[in-house]
Design a protein. Structure first.
Length: 218
């Protein structure tokens, strides 16, 4: 099983479910011509997609349009079900920067047929995650900037407060659908500015207070 690291103690934690939230920033939904959903839009990735910062993303042969999506990733530290806001807050163990890489051409084709997005989201390297910072060290406010660069050119820039549903409220909602367990990761959605990456591109992403991540597409 794949593991992530939690700072500052360098604790290794086995990854469980990877739960992703779509359209959690209004401007991102708008740029893709999507309607903002009434409730958080959820989909899953297997832990096999995970790679740490510094490893390479392999471009799948069945796509010609891979997109970058920078996100805040929340690490769950305890089992919860039907959580209230306090229980949801207490269940957060840490935060990290993540990349939810998406095969946009594949996704668009699947959506047009009314099919799930799975094939666009589960290729190896489709989930890049940095080292997690303990919640006690992070002090989440929502004022933190979230940014992504391609070859040193800024592509995405926003603040976490622009999420339509906050991390705590996402946990409350998700826990009504499924049990959350220690090691589960929640990708909380991406802001506007998503776009194409090509082979050879260097992707750098950061969120204030988190360790910056970098990867290359091959």
């Amino acid at each position: 099983m794949k593991k992530i690291k939690l700072q500052p103690a360098q604790e290794e934690i086995e990854i469980g479910k990877i739960i992703c939230v779509g359209r959690n920033y209004a401007k991102h939904a708008e740029e893709l011509g999507n309607i903002v959903p009434e409730n958080p839009l959820l989909f899953l990735k297997p832990s096999s997609v995970f790679i740490p910062s510094g490893e390479e993303i392999t471009y799948p042969s069945y796509s010609n349009e891979m997109h970058h999506e920078v996100e805040l990733v929340v690490l769950i530290g305890e089992e919860i079900k039907n959580a209230d806001p306090k229980e949801a807050e207490d269940a957060i163990l840490g935060y990290a920067v993540g990349l939810d890489m998406t095969l946009r051409d594949v996704q668009t084709k699947l959506k047009s047929k009314g099919h799930p997005w799975t094939l666009a989201k589960v290729f190896d390297g489709a989930g890049v995650v940095g080292e997690f910072i303990s919640k006690n060290e992070y002090n989440y406010t929502g004022e933190e900037n979230i940014k992504l660069w391609i070859n040193d050119e800024l592509k995405q820039s926003s603040q976490l407060k622009n999420m339509l549903t906050s991390p705590v409220n996402l946990i409350v909602y998700i826990s009504t659908i499924m049990k959350l367990e220690r090691g589960d990761l929640i990708f909380t959605g991406t802001p506007e500015g998503v776009g194409v990456v090509n082979k050879g591109d260097i992707i750098t992403a950061e969120i204030e207070k988190c360790k910056k991540i970098e990867t290359i597409v091959k």
